[in-house]
Write a protein that binds this ligand. Structure first.
Ligand SMILES: [Zn+2]
Length: 259
């Protein structure tokens, strides 16, 4: 596969993954309200899919590429470890500067206060779509078509509950159904931007490949640990959240082994 093919594939696949957000957002026409329990369960399911995608579709190929690049499993492992930490730290640094609300939006407080919180929640989901796009974009590293497609399917699937959560939250603060759906759809469109960045990075040089994969993995792990797990365990639904996360993990693992 040519470098330009990798870029085109990465961009197209991350765009397709963002359609999952659109599907979820359009779901607001059918599902008008989500209980806190339902929201915690669904977002945790999304986190489980993200987690397995990080392991099987980012870290494993990263280790493979790095070991062959550095002719050593230990050096390869060290490089992937460093890249993972770099990705997580970069996301941490970005989080310090961008105002956002952690994943789940509050139900309490006055209407004005609530409106602000919902917008911060929408920002949080939108921001986390950038590393997801990045992950899909780097997934085609080395022309690995199957790996990239598996990632796109997994990320696309977990975008469905995320898109729904965004649109339902907007509906709850008085936006019309159409407008709530539209903003949800737009929140997913940052994904192809991340996809393009990731695809360009991995197509540039073989030496960059494992680093880009590891970087995307670290960014994903940061979001899962910093945002989704704490927020979905904060409302008394931790048992449900733990098991929906595990179900998401298993679903993605099966997807990875079957595709
Ligand atoms: Zn996600």
């Amino acid at each position: 596969m040519q470098a330009s093919d990798v870029i085109l594939m990465g961009f197209t696949a991350s765009f397709c993954a963002s359609l999952g957000t659109a599907v979820g957002s359009l779901g607001v026409f059918a599902i008008r309200k989500l209980s806190r329990r339902m929201e915690d369960g669904l977002l945790s399911l999304a986190a489980g899919i993200m987690l397995a995608a990080t392991f099987f579709s980012l870290l494993l190929p990263a280790l493979e590429h790095a070991s062959s690049n550095y002719h050593s499993d230990i050096l390869g492992g060290a490089a992937v470890g460093a890249g993972t930490l770099l990705g997580a730290f970069t996301l941490f640094a970005i989080h310090q500067y961008v105002p956002h609300e952690h994943f789940t939006a509050g139900r309490e407080g006055g209407n004005h206060y609530k409106l602000g919180r919902i917008w911060l929640f929408v920002t949080a989901i939108t921001l986390h779509n950038v590393p997801e796009g990045l992950a899909v974009g780097v997934g085609f590293a080395g022309g690995e078509l199957e790996n990239g497609i598996t990632l796109a399917v997994g990320i696309g699937l977990q975008n469905i509950p995320e898109g729904l959560a965004v649109s339902v939250a907007l509906l709850s603060v008085g936006y019309s159904t159409g407008r709530s759906a539209l903003i949800g759809i737009l929140s997913g469109l940052v994904e192809p931007v991340g996809g393009l960045i990731g695809a360009v990075a991995v197509s540039s040089a073989a030496t960059v490949m494992p680093w880009a994969l590891a970087f995307a993995a670290g960014a994903m792990l940061f979001i899962i640990s910093d945002e989704i797990i704490p927020e979905t365990h904060n409302n008394g639904n931790q048992n449900l959240a733990t098991f929906t996360l595990l179900i998401g993990f298993v679903v993605m693992m099966l997807l990875d082994t079957s595709l």
